[in-house]
Design a protein around this ligand. Structure first.
Ligand code: CTP
Ligand code: MG
Length: 230
């Protein structure tokens, strides 16, 4: 069944999905790899659409897969599909350019975080609506973290207490994200990093284990288990 978006919602979700998935090993682009028999991107999209604030979704697809991704997603939800870029930031910028002008809140969510709970999408959107300029979901870091030199010698142990692992969706007041992308010089791996460089305060909300990023083969196994047991 095709999901409906909320035409009165105030949120656009950008879904960077143009990566190749090198760390997952040989195969199709990562967003098109199967989890429980369906592409990661389809899982992510279904969950995004369940968040009631979402009015618009723009997917950045691998450039040579745009038509295929459009056909794949048309029965799932009404989305816009654009060609992604050479790195994640370029893909986000391409998707941002396709957001209709009247949408005040923009979230960016990795297709690779296919099992994102709709509640997490809504909680990030709500925090922006409540007044935050930029919002990221975070989890405490569980491992001891060490700084290591190129010679494999330990240089020191980092205090773990103030560290957080950062997930998506990351949420922004639309003009804040647009200005940060316009000013961007070097590509970063997340959008909050760009916004931080502009001196904007970034607020944390609790993340979710289910929003894990499927990066390596083990993550796919873990996601298969989560999907089968949720
Ligand atoms: N992404 C993108 N455009 C790129 C590179 C990455 O839209 N040129 C997207 C990926 O599709 C993914 C998200 O950014 O949904 C996070 O990137 P990552 O997990 O690194 O995915 P890949 O780049 O595909 O994986 P790898 O780095 O292992 O190649
Ligand atoms: Mg990558």
């Amino acid at each position: 069944m095709t999901a409906q978006l909320n035409p009165r919602g105030d949120v656009a979700v950008l879904v960077p999905a143009a990566g190749s998935g090198t760390r997952l090993g040989p195969g199709a682009p990562k967003a098109l790899r199967l989890l429980g028999g369906e592409p990661l991107l389809v899982h992510a999209l279904r969950r995004i659409c369940q968040a009631p604030s979402v009015a618009v979704v723009v997917v950045a697809a691998p450039p040579d897969e745009v038509a295929g991704v459009r056909a794949l997603l048309a029965p799932v939800a009404p989305v816009t599909v654009v060609a992604g870029g050479a790195h994640r930031q370029a893909s986000v910028a391409a998707a941002l350019a396709a957001v209709p002008p009247d949408v005040p809140i923009v979230l960016v969510h990795d297709a690779a975080r296919a099992l994102v709970p709709p509640d997490l999408v809504e909680s990030v959107a709500s925090a922006v609506r409540a007044g935050a300029d930029a919002v990221i979901p975070v989890l405490p870091v569980v491992d001891t973290i060490k700084e290591v030199g190129p010679d494999d010698a330990v240089r020191g142990t980092v205090d773990r207490a103030p560290l957080r692992a950062v997930q998506t969706p990351q949420g922004f007041r639309r003009q804040i994200l647009a200005a940060a992308h316009a000013a961007a010089v070097d590509p970063l791996t997340d959008d909050a990093g760009l916004v931080e460089k502009q001196g904007v305060r970034v607020t944390c909300v609790p993340g979710s284990d289910h929003a894990l990023k499927i990066t390596r083969p083990f993550d796919l196994l873990l996601a298969e288990h989560l999907l089968a047991t949720e």
